[in-house]
Design a protein around this ligand. Structure first.
Ligand code: DGL
Length: 270
């Protein structure tokens, strides 16, 4: 009854931690495409090819349901995968919708027409590929009207976090927040639209100031997954083992992952 969690690298571990706490009896298989990270600087065809290869590997590991715990893959590849690639007995879900439902205060599956919501000025911090896709604005427009979104592509930040260079990561966060504030001086809410960014959430909050509500995905995705599995228990695949797979060097990836989550994580070759 395993579920697959996919990310281009280690950022999705923030989601894995939250879903693991919410659903302690479910085995999760985590796949980090460390050899090809970052995805945020790749084009959509490249991201599609890499993401589908990783999802196939998770299906092989007995995970009929795979969560793309990667905004870049969710933004650039998920729609195409769902429309023409995912077989009937499998599911691939992204991480955008739970976040937008929280921002627009909607319940799961509320398909009523878009309406005005409490927040009007929203800052989106994401990778260049996610910003370019405009997937966040598209999904938001299905649910809310009158929301002004200013997106800031945070070049370099994923690399700094993957390398464990937190001094550089902090400097990059502060300079990207400054750049955003020049375009939108008073955002009411900020979306951390990349799974790596919750690791820098305190710095984002500090740079943005206390009046800005910072939304990050991990707990929102965990709630949505619990709700989905309660309604679709048949999507718990045949796998029984938890595990961590990587396309990179398992020793190095395990070291960085252990540093991230502050508990021992052991990756094997995918
Ligand atoms: N952590 C991923 C995301 O949520 C991708 C980062 C990257 O590979 O550029 O967007």
């Amino acid at each position: 009854m395993a579920v697959g969690i996919f990310d281009s690298g280690l950022g999705g571990l923030t989601v894995l931690d939250a879903v693991g706490q919410r659903l302690p009896d479910v085995p999760f298989v985590y796949f980090a495409d460390s050899k090809h990270t970052p995805y945020g600087v790749r084009d959509a065809d490249d991201i599609y090819a890499l993401t589908t290869a990783a999802v196939e590997r998770l299906w092989e590991a007995g995970c009929d349901l795979v969560i793309l715990a990667c905004n870049t893959a969710s933004a650039a590849a998920l729609r195409r995968m769902q429309e023409s690639w995912v077989p009937r007995d499998k599911r691939v879900l992204g991480v955008f919708v739970p976040l937008i439902e929280a921002l627009t205060e909607r319940q799961w599956g509320d398909n009523s027409p878009p309406r005005e919501v409490a927040v009007q000025h929203v800052a989106l911090f994401a990778t260049p590929a996610t910003v370019r896709s405009r997937a966040f604005q598209r999904e938001l427009a299905f649910r809310a009207i009158g929301v002004d979104v200013e997106a800031q592509a945070c070049g370099g930040l994923v690399d700094a976090i993957e390398d464990g260079d937190m001094i550089l990561a902090e400097a990059l966060v502060r300079s990207h927040v400054d750049a955003l504030k020049r375009k939108m001086p008073e955002p009411e809410a900020a979306i951390l639209g990349c799974t790596h960014y919750p690791l820098m959430q305190e710095v984002f909050q500090d740079a943005l100031g206390p009046s800005v509500s910072v939304y990050s995905q991990a707990n929102l995705v965990a709630e949505s997954l619990a709700d989905y599995l309660a309604r679709h228990p048949e999507m718990l695949g045949p796998g029984t083992e938890s595990g961590f797979l990587t396309t990179g060097n398992p020793v190095k990836v395990s070291q960085n992952a252990t540093q991230f989550l502050r508990r021992r994580i052991s990756f094997t070759t995918a």
